[in-house]
Design a protein around this ligand. Structure first.
Ligand code: HEC
Length: 299
């Protein structure tokens, strides 16, 4: 029994150690699964090497030579296993966002250039196997464009997904679509995610009692549900006049904390003024008391 317990503890700490890869520099979960949409080629590696020598070598040194710059935090040698064990998405995120003193490469290298640097660094990681972009489940990893329209007969929002493949645009089937409606604070998901049909369509029943603005406008966003984060900009946002026209007073019309004209509610102004007066009363009282001390001493 005790042994089993120790084993579980050991396993748990082992997985925790795997999770805590460079814990001081966390990568958001939805970025970790991002992968390169093309297979790494020798050409790409060559281009990556040139980019590395120009942009990274000054700090990270030549891979395996351990001649990285002696700065804090240490850049380290990118051929090390603590880098090798990271997912492509993690490396991509780190190169994209940087972390002082490492520059943010978002605007310095294009996405393709960042991937070619990764393909170069990967040549030093033993046992690394590139995730196959072709084999990703569903629509992940594809370039998909969405469009949206309201079907007045079926009373449905129809979302169409088109895949931009090598042989031109094709209907994207099996892409999981989610739609959101903009409310006062953030977006509200309208229904459960739906996969697109064989012809690339997903239809969402539109609730007929949903309030819109004065003219019945509702801002609807549709996007492809993509846990791997490898889908490129599969999102469409549109204003549709399909809500129930509702004349609700704007949140900023009356006195409120978030109002742009009459900011604070009256009770806040009163409490604040009172507090300021009380504080000043004490300050003046103390100054007068101190002056009194001097007078007594002079006597
Ligand atoms: C100005 C110096 C500098 C330059 C230039 C630089 N880096 Fe870094 N890099 C660092 C430092 C310092 C760290 C460690 C940051 C930390 O872990 O807190 C780092 C960390 C990293 C990591 C994460 C390593 C890990 O252990 O998780 C990767 C990946 C990386 N750099 C890739 C690159 C690539 C690729 C380039 C070139 C395109 C580059 N860096 C250019 C300084 C630099």
């Amino acid at each position: 029994m005790k042994r089993l317990f120790c084993l579980i503890l050991l396993l748990a700490s082992a997985t925790w150690r795997l999770e805590a890869q460079n814990p001081g520099w966390p990568v958001p979960d939805d970025q970790k699964g991002k992968i390169c949409l093309v297979k790494f080629t020798p050409d790409m590696v060559k281009q990556g090497e040139a980019i590395y020598m120009k942009n990274c070598q000054s700090c990270h040194g030549i891979p395996t030579k351990k001649n990285f710059a002696a700065i804090v935090p240490s850049p380290g040698d990118l051929s090390e296993s603590k880098v090798g064990s990271q997912k492509d998405g993690e490396l991509f995120y780190r190169i994209t966002t940087g972390k002082v003193p490492m520059p943010e490469f978002r605007n310095i290298l294009t996405e393709d250039e960042r991937w070619s640097v990764i393909s170069f660094v990967r040549t030093y990681h033993k046992g690394y196997k590139q995730p196959d972009p072709e084999k990703l489940a569903g629509a992940a990893g594809k370039r998909i464009r969405l469009s949206m329209a309201y079907d007045t007969v079926k009373k449905k929002i129809m979302v169409k997904a088109v895949e931009l493949s090598k042989d031109g645009p094709q209907p994207a089937k099996g892409a999981e679509v989610v739609i959101f409606i903009q409310r006062y604070f953030g977006n509200m998901q309208l229904a459960d995610p739906k996969p697109t049909s064989e012809y690339g369509y997903a239809g969402f029943d539109w609730p007929q009692d949903l309030p819109g603005d004065k003219r019945g406008n509702v801002i609807v966003t549709a996007r492809v549900n993509d846990p791997t984060g490898s889908m490129q900009e599969a999102l469409v946002k549109d204003t549709l006049t399909i809500g129930v026209p509702t004349d609700k007073p704007s949140l900023t019309d009356t006195r409120a904390m978030w109002s742009t004209r009459d900011k604070a509610p009256v009770w806040v102004i009163l409490t604040y003024t009172l507090a300021v007066l009380v504080v000043w009363y004490f300050i003046i009282y103390i100054i007068l008391a101190v002056l009194d001390i001097r007078k007594i001493k002079q006597v």
